[in-house]
Design a protein around this ligand. Structure first.
Ligand code: SF4
Length: 470
């Protein structure tokens, strides 16, 4: 092809790539908005306006080598062999369906059992498949890793770097048994050295291999550890995690691991959120930005300067709410996560040129944020973005009847069951079923579908020895 034609093609491709709106994204958002129950269509709602929700894999590597109480995986999960070929095949099929139904971009969790039981080559291949389908992957791990696992993950067999950035969620709480060095943690504080070591592994990855990372910390909350949440927030918020997510326990998964009464006021949504606020040392307004249904998800976005956490948006300031509205309305096509910074910058520039009024909105927000944080504070400390999340899965016996009705296209007369149906319809966390071409909420996956799926997988991939690593 002559040089001029090649140059023209490149310019056209760059022009397409840096458009601040994408028709396919817009169509996926419109579909998602139309699916939402009226109760979830609030001005703060992210679904259907900025994103289509988070996604996760299922049945791609069900086994785990720790034991948690509770454990969301069904009782057959640990009788399924981890098998790289199966993982690649299933991840490909599930991502293709998510790409088709949920549009060209989303965050997706590589989740199931323990991700690091996958050989590093299979893990890297799964991440590559997810990115090929426009998914920004996050690997979900219990954080008990072999020293050489991450270097082998980011470098191929010939030693060449194959990943430039990774996202991991490390799940740490005192109800997980079998962690090397601390098989039965007496309390949350005793796990802090293990949490710190987890972060240090990724610091080393950056220093020694030039690989950037985003880290989330996740923790299950029960009556046994709810009183320690504030201390965990205060301590772990300083460690280098970009997200602290707490999951009040639900009666779902393997019922042999249901040890506590998981209900009661002390682990209700308000009580757990109050603990997170105590640890953060400030009020966390979870109504400024809504991800799905507030009964499922509470989120507060902001940043630490030194020991103090500041919200990105002040829910009591109408000007900040206008910033939120402008952001949700105009920025869905920018693709902040997983897009090269130069492309994000070009899209933002084109957005600003097309809508100059947004520049004033953004500048006003930046000036208020600087005023709130204090110039001297900003000069003294580097801002560390940290998002607080609470995600409340539902009990299996709530989900099953509600899903049954939803599947039949019926709405319950019972307000409690109808509430569960609304939460499922506004679900922020979807899993794909390529065999039926459908997506289901993760609650439905764990409460209704996992047992049958893992029983089938157990026959397909009979166990060799999931504990061989130890
Ligand atoms: S997985 Fe369940 S708890 Fe989570 S957002 Fe979906 S319906 Fe709500």
């Amino acid at each position: 092809m002559p040089f001029a034609a090649r140059a023209r093609d490149r310019i056209r491709a760059w022009e397409r790539r840096t458009r601040p709106r994408d028709p396919e994204t817009d169509a996926a958002l419109a579909r998602r908005w139309a699916e939402l129950p009226v109760s979830a269509r609030t001005p703060a709602q992210v679904l259907g306006r900025f994103g289509t929700g988070c996604e996760g894999t299922h049945g791609v590597f069900p086994a785990c080598d720790l034991a948690c109480t509770p454990c969301y995986h069904s009782r057959d999960a640990n009788r399924v062999r981890t098998d790289g070929a199966h993982t690649r095949r299933e991840v490909t099929a599930q991502m293709a369906l998510l790409r088709r139904l949920r549009g060209p971009r989303a965050h997706a969790q590589l989740i199931g059992g323990e991700v690091t039981l996958l050989a590093p080559d299979d893990h890297a291949a799964a991440l590559a498949i997810m990115r090929e389908h426009g998914r920004e992957p996050m690997s979900m791990s219990h954080g008990d890793l072999d020293d050489d696992y991450l270097p082998r993950l980011v470098r191929g067999p010939e030693g060449r770097r194959r990943l430039r950035r990774v996202s991991f969620a490390g799940h740490f709480d005192s109800q997980m048994f079998g962690r090397r060095g601390i098989p039965r943690p007496p309390d949350e504080a005793s796990l802090h050295p293990y949490r710190r070591r987890f972060v240090e592994r990724f610091d080393r990855l950056r220093r020694e291999h030039g690989v950037r990372s985003f880290l989330a910390h996740t923790m299950t909350v029960t009556p046994a550890n709810v009183g320690q949440v504030a201390e965990v927030v205060a301590e772990v918020g300083r460690m280098g995690f970009g997200m602290l997510s707490f999951q009040p326990a639900a009666f779902v998964g393997d019922d042999r691991r249901w040890r506590d009464g998981y209900r009661g006021e002390d682990v209700g949504a308000d009580a757990v959120w109050a603990q997170i606020e105590r640890g953060a040392g400030t009020r966390l307004d979870h109504r400024v930005v809504q991800n799905g249904d507030l009964r499922c998800n509470r989120t507060a976005y902001g940043f630490y300067l030194g020991d103090h956490w500041y919200p990105a948006l002040d829910g009591d300031d109408a000007r900040d709410l206008a910033v939120r509205d402008a952001f949700l309305t105009h920025c869905a096509g920018i693709g902040f996560g997983g897009t090269p910074p130069v492309v994000v910058a070009a899209r933002l520039l084109r957005l600003a040129l097309g809508r100059p009024s947004l520049v004033a909105v953004a500048a006003g927000w930046a000036a208020r944020a600087v005023r709130r944080a204090g110039v001297r504070n900003l000069l003294r400390h580097r801002p560390r973005p940290v998002t607080f999340v609470m995600h409340r899965f539902m009990d299996a016996d709530e989900v099953a009847p509600a899903w049954e009705l939803t599947s039949r296209g019926e709405v319950s007369e019972d307000p409690d069951v109808r509430g569960v149906q609304e939460r499922l319809a506004a679900c922020h966390y979807a899993m794909a079923h390529p065999e039926s071409g459908t997506l289901v909420p993760a609650c439905v996956q764990h409460a209704v579908l996992d047992p049958g799926e893992n029983a089938r997988l157990r026959t397909l991939l009979p166990l060799v020895d999931v504990r061989s690593r130890r």
